[in-house]
Design a protein around this ligand. Sequence first.
Ligand SMILES: [Zn+2]
Length: 160
Amino acid sequence: MYCPKCGTADQLPETYCRRCGIFLPDLDNPKRKAQTPMQNVNANAVLSAMTVVTCLTLAVLLYVILGFQDDTHPLIYATGGLLIAMAAWHVQTFWRSMLLRKQLKKPRAPADRSVDTPEPKMPAETALPAANFEDIVPPSVTDRTTRQLDDDKILAKSKQ
Ligand SMILES: [Zn+2]
């Protein structure tokens, strides 16, 4: 491939340009798509199910072939017990994956806005003091100035 910056030929993708040093990404093989949570949960469930089957099969084989004989070593029973415990553990993991799947499938409820901005419980009369019209803020300086300018204009005109 050619370097897109300096044009040097015979470059390997996923390396740096030999001439100008920029990174040359492999455009034919774009980054693999990130897995969704659902895909991860499904993969987890499948692996758990496979572990359960494998552990139980091995435990049964162990007991059938080597167990319950006069010279059976106690470690055989211990190993079988461990396999059964692992199977039980993964049954639980599988069950949790199923619960998670159900939660992921459920469409998300629209955001409840009343939770974010609760309505004021207080009635308006007690929340705000009553309007007092005797204590009005005087008009702004600009307002007065403009009015004065208008007055000055009128005065000037009348003088003419
Ligand atoms: Zn280059």
